[in-house]
Design a protein around this ligand. Structure first.
Ligand code: AMP
Length: 412
């Protein structure tokens, strides 16, 4: 099925063609007709499935021409996602007279106020900054016809749901609402019941399995050798660009510092960095000035960074869906990619949760030539339930005894 058969306006189609899209993705095939028909849509879908175009193209078709007040509001959890979606929408509507603006915190109000004053049709915003504008009276939502709640589960994780509710309350009841979320936890279910009108659910890309184009493996390693292994992996593997995920901002900074000292061109992306620093990091990574991007999950969620050849999980993600999400940064749009996860003993439970989530055992491997110290992880198959073993080890440590193995062998 071609885009031309979906009922999009000629101007929007021109925009799609200029983007080089040939065929609609599954979510676009299903969502576009529904949104054009005025049905509220729940997209159980992640970034990387083409969901931005799935909601933007029919909405732009419906808007037709520029008017003075915002008629579309797209809420995003992070500044980077807001900026990315704004760019995409701007590209889609470049052959129309529609105007797009983006509002997020960490930057001045001047340009955003000016955009609102001169008239925008489509607002892409993060909740906090939008509420600021609403409070200051620089923005009104009483003409919103299309509301898009994107990455709703991330908004929940980040504590934005009360803000989202306040914003939805300021939109007219007579409107079309779309909501996208990789998972639908109960809080999102409540939001759906409250904010949406007989919605249709499209379940695409709530991908529990990583893309087939991604080869992903686990490198078991002793905790003390993690950074050495990372350094050596970067030396031995032929990569074009690599994203390294860390659990905390502090760890991200530490790893970035270490790699810089090893002469890698490194950018860092986490929420303690200023907006300017984050933009510079992303731009530099996208245009190839930095070969390595060290990031935390929140900063990197959903970012559309093309041509990443490798993803390295320096830390195992705490939430199984983040694993799929992280390694989805590589192997995008038919390109193939590799994803490596460093696993230490305390990660065993999380790795098991990931393997349950994706319904597959991830291959364990070793880096040839690396001078490994022994860890019990190398004998994983021999030792049965390593997670239980690790729990008992921790119990011994916490109770202050010596550790010579599992609890029952503890010496006094
Ligand atoms: P999204 O899930 O909206 O973040 O999109 C992921 C990536 O797929 C972006 O780089 C889009 O530009 C690209 N994309 C979206 N729809 C299509 C399509 N129909 N054909 C080719 N690429 C697409």
């Amino acid at each position: 099925m071609a885009f031309t058969k979906l009922g999009l306006s000629p101007e929007v189609l021109e925009g799609v063609q200029a983007m080089g899209y040939v065929e609609p993705t599954p979510i676009q095939l299903r969502a576009i007709p529904l949104i054009l028909a005025g049905t509220d849509v729940i997209g159980s879908a992640q970034t990387g499935t083409g969901k931005t175009a799935a909601f933007a193209l029919p909405i732009l078709t419906k808007l037709q021409h520029h008017a003075t007040t915002p008629r579309v509001l797209i809420l995003e959890p992070t500044r980077e996602l807001a900026a990315q979606v704004e760019t995409a929408v701007r590209d889609f509507c470049r052959f129309t007279d529609l105007r797009v603006a983006v509002m997020y915190g960490g930057v001045g109000y001047g340009a955003q106020r000016e955009a609102l004053r001169t008239g925008v049709d489509i607002l892409v915003a993060t909740p906090g900054r939008l509420l600021d504008h609403l409070g200051q009276g620089t923005c009104r939502l009483d003409h919103i016809k299309y509301l898009v709640l994107d990455e709703a589960d991330r908004m929940l994780d980040m504590g934005f749901l009360p803000d989202v509710r306040r914003i939805v309350e300021k939109c007219p009841r007579q409107r079309h609402t779309s909501l996208f979320s990789a998972t639908i936890p109960p809080e999102i279910g409540t939001l759906i019941n409250w904010a949406m009108h007989t919605p249709e659910t499209i379940e695409i890309g709530a991908r529990r399995t990583p893309a087939e184009t991604v080869k992903h493996v686990i490198y078991p390693v002793a905790d003390s050798q993690k950074s050495d292994l990372l350094r050596e992996l970067l030396e031995k593997v032929h990569y074009d660009s690599v994203i390294i995920f860390c659990r905390t901002k502090h760890r991200a900074d530490r790893i970035a510092h270490m790699l810089k000292k090893n002469n890698h061109a490194v950018a860092v992306l986490h929420s303690n960095r200023t907006q300017r620093e984050r933009e510079q990091a992303l731009r530099g990574f996208r245009d190839g000035r930095f070969e390595v991007l060290v990031a935390t999950d929140i900063a990197a969620r959903g970012l559309d960074i093309a041509n990443v050849s490798h993803v390295i999980n320096y830390d195992v993600p705490q939430h199984p869906e983040d694993y799929v999400h992280r390694i989805g940064r590589t192997g995008r749009a038919e390109a193939s990619g590799d994803a490596f996860t460093l696993m230490v003993l305390e990660d065993v439970t999380h790795v098991q949760a990931i393997e349950r989530f994706i319904s597959q055992k991830i291959e364990r491997t070793k880096l040839e030539g690396f001078n490994y110290s022994y860890t019990i992880l190398f004998d994983e198959s021999k030792h049965g339930d390593l997670a239980a073993r690790h729990r008992s080890i921790r119990a011994v440590r916490i109770s202050g005894g010596y550790y010579f193995g599992p609890a029952k062998r503890r010496r006094r």
